[in-house]
Design a protein around this ligand. Structure first.
Ligand code: PLP
Length: 354
């Protein structure tokens, strides 16, 4: 039996809520989107949540609403998803790659300050694999230098840092609801903030720069169509209810691997975080052998990421710093299935490859 790399959990309740939207005849930016935003804000204990059609759109709007533009610099980790860098380029700004910490694989907080210049506008930490970046230190640095902090929380739904929910840190945080994420709407995203000006700017940017007027169709600025459908939002509402259960199962699966794979190197987990294991990532000097076994046994796996961002041709010209840890880690990382649908048998079978 094949062990899938990821398996979205969509049940009868999700189906019913989809049907309800279809029956209602209102497919986009209606009451379900509003409800999903309100429920997300409550879940995170923050003031505003703005839904978008993808996580990338969420990140893009986040930078745009902070007026990040030409020649500005945004510090991002070198080991991240391509979207994190691409949204900086779409603002005509320059990504500045920061190496990752060799223990946590998250942005190396010790190295951020040396990268700050007069042009630096923001730091964009990624909560990689579901483990929050070291936000206390990042916020201290940003305050000292007057920088924005935009968290890429695409992999960290429900994670906590110092008992606060990821999604509530810095100026803005962004989630993705892509099919493999800890909760999904198929495609989808959400921007979260406590700042009303940012929130209003996001609502407008999402909808062609529309202003709040009685009759609509007043466009005060350049904007996008990043609107979420009500079908996606209806799924999101159900997924949000199940998220704690999903994450509990992910953590339980991760604990199983931790127990059985004692000799395998994994990222160090900070003491003040609750990791939600979007990925269970290991480091192996002999990755090819492990992959062969996984393949032979029909077990899905992933590599996050096969190369650091500065190795992509459209990003290489922004590589000026020592990024050795990111380069080395990308050669050795391998992520095992850890999703909630795995059975004990599946877990046993995966462990046998070691
Ligand atoms: C998934 C992901 C994104 C992008 O989200 P999409 O919904 O696929 O656009 C951005 N950053 C990180 C770290 C991600 O994992």
């Amino acid at each position: 039996m094949k062990i899938p790399w990821s398996l979205p959990n969509i049940n009868k309740k999700d189906m019913q809520s989809i049907k309800k939207v279809l029956d209602s005849g209102w497919f986009s930016m209606g009451s379900e989107v509003k409800k999903f935003e309100e429920k997300t804000a409550r879940h995170l204990d923050i003031k505003y949540a703005v839904a978008a059609n993808t996580g990338t759109a969420a990140l893009d709007m986040a930078l745009k609403c902070l007026d990040i533009g030409e020649k500005d610099e945004v510090i991002i980790p070198a080991l991240a998803y391509i979207a994190t860098a691409n949204v900086v380029l779409f603002c005509d700004a320059n990504p500045v790659f920061c190496d990752v910490n060799p223990r946590t694989f998250n942005i190396d907080v010790e190295k951020i300050e040396s990268l700050i210049t007069k042009k630096t506008k923001a730091i964009m930490p990624v909560h990689l694999y579901g483990q929050p970046a070291d936000m206390k230190l990042i916020l201290e640095i940003s305050e000292k230098h007057g920088l924005f902090v935009v968290g890429d929380a695409a992999q960290a739904h429900g994670a906590r840092y110092d008992d606060e929910m990821v999604g509530s840190f810095g100026d803005i945080e962004c989630f993705s609801f892509y099919a493999t994420k800890n909760m999904t709407t198929g495609e989808g995203g959400m921007v979260t903030t406590n700042n009303i000006d940012i929130a209003e700017s996001l609502f407008s940017l999402r909808n062609h720069g529309r202003e709040k007027t009685k009759w609509g169709y007043e466009h005060g600025r350049l904007g996008y169509n990043f609107r979420m459908t009500d079908v996606a939002a209806a799924i999101g509402i159900e997924q949000l209810k199940k998220l704690p259960e999903f994450n509990k199962k992910r953590r339980k699966n991760a604990m199983y691997f931790n127990e059985k794979l004692v000799d395998i190197e994994v990222p160090y987990i900070l003491e003040n975080v609750e990791h939600v294991y979007h990925q269970y990532t290991i480091k192996s000097k002999d990755r090819a052998t492990v992959i062969k076994c996984l393949r032979d046994n029909d077990i899905g796996f992933g590599i996050y990421y096969p190369k650091p961002l500065h190795f992509y041709s459209h990003l290489s010209k922004y590589s000026h710093n020592d990024l050795k840890n990111s380069e080395k880690i990308s050669q050795e990382v391998l992520s095992l299935p850890v999703h909630p649908a795995l059975s004990l048998e599946d877990l046993e079978k995966i462990v046998e490859c070691f």
